[in-house]
Design a binder for this molecule. Structure first.
Ligand code: ZN
Ligand code: ZN
Length: 282
């Protein structure tokens, strides 16, 4: 038993000898405005790929310019989760999560969503700064200004948001890469450390989001250097997510991320149940 993890109030530790318990904790179905597949199609694909556990993380945003601005039918979402849980019983563990965009902007208005007792997991993400989508954010700004403003927004999200894990920590690089190239970790390390320290103090973990492999930067979010810093500062909670919006992408590149985590000295990946982390030995 990994005693250090007991401090994290973990429900259970799943002991796995080999890398054979694959989890994908970042999936969008048609309940998200940009999801293309039904929940059942995604579950069928996950089962075919021998994925053990998935968590749907449908979008809700507190930014008025976002298409998912306080827009998720939680009742219909819950009904479909429960129908799939029954349909795939004993074949696939299915969890209910949400991805909150900019949760620091209006935490009180998000309470009707975050207080759902059956919710397993909340990702906190930055997709907008002000009314500007990250897709266009770096276009008219310097490299430095873009990243400082972005990381400051992530910091606010981590300070205020009712979240379990930071989604795609350095997502800006997906869009800024084509404008400014890659960013140097050392240039923003102080700010990155502030975010990581705050996250650790609030028991907030980091997601490794494999959709970075599908972007021009060809690199996971966050970078290995951020993962190394998180480990050195005492962080332990890591989830893995494909950020898939189509059934065929579910679980993509997650086994290779387990190998990377082992190389970086992490002993566990985490799933969540009713918002409590559960360590899975890798
Ligand atoms: Zn996202
Ligand atoms: Zn997402």
């Amino acid at each position: 038993m990994h005693t250090k993890n007991n401090d994290l109030n973990i429900n259970r530790l799943i002991e796995v000898v080999k890398i054979d318990y694959i989890i994908d904790f970042h999936i969008h179905s048609k309940f998200s405005h940009d999801g293309k597949s039904s929940m059942e199609e995604i579950c069928t694909a996950a089962q075919a790929k021998k994925i053990n556990e998935i968590c749907f993380t449908e979008h809700i945003s507190a930014t008025s310019a976002a298409p998912c601005y306080f827009n998720l039918d939680m009742e219909a979402y819950s009904r479909e989760i429960e129908r799939c849980q029954e349909l795939f019983k004993d074949k696939l563990v299915i969890k209910k999560g949400i991805e909150l965009g900019e949760p620091h902007l209006n935490p009180e208005a998000l309470i009707p969503y975050t207080s759902d007792k059956k919710l397993d997991f909340i990702l906190g993400s930055i997709h907008f700064i002000g009314e500007t989508d990250l897709v266009n954010f770096a276009e008219d700004k310097s490299h430095e200004e873009s990243y400082i403003t972005y990381f400051e927004e992530v910091y606010k999200c981590v300070c205020i948001g009712d979240i379990d894990v930071i989604g795609h920590f350095d997502l800006l690089k997906r869009y800024a890469f084509d404008v400014h190239g890659s960013y140097k970790h050392a240039d923003f390390q102080e700010l990155i450390h502030e975010i990581l320290r705050k996250a650790i103090s609030r028991n907030i973990g980091l997601e490794i989001n494999t959709s970075g492999f599908r972007s021009s930067s060809l690199e996971i979010f966050p970078s290995q250097l951020i993962l190394r810093d998180y480990k050195e500062l005492g962080g332990e909670i890591i989830t893995t997510g494909s950020d898939s919006h189509t059934a065929d992408m579910v679980g993509s590149n997650i086994p290779s991320v387990y190998l990377l985590l082992k190389q970086l000295g992490f002993g566990y990946v985490f799933s969540f149940d009713k918002r409590k982390p559960e360590g899975i030995r890798i």
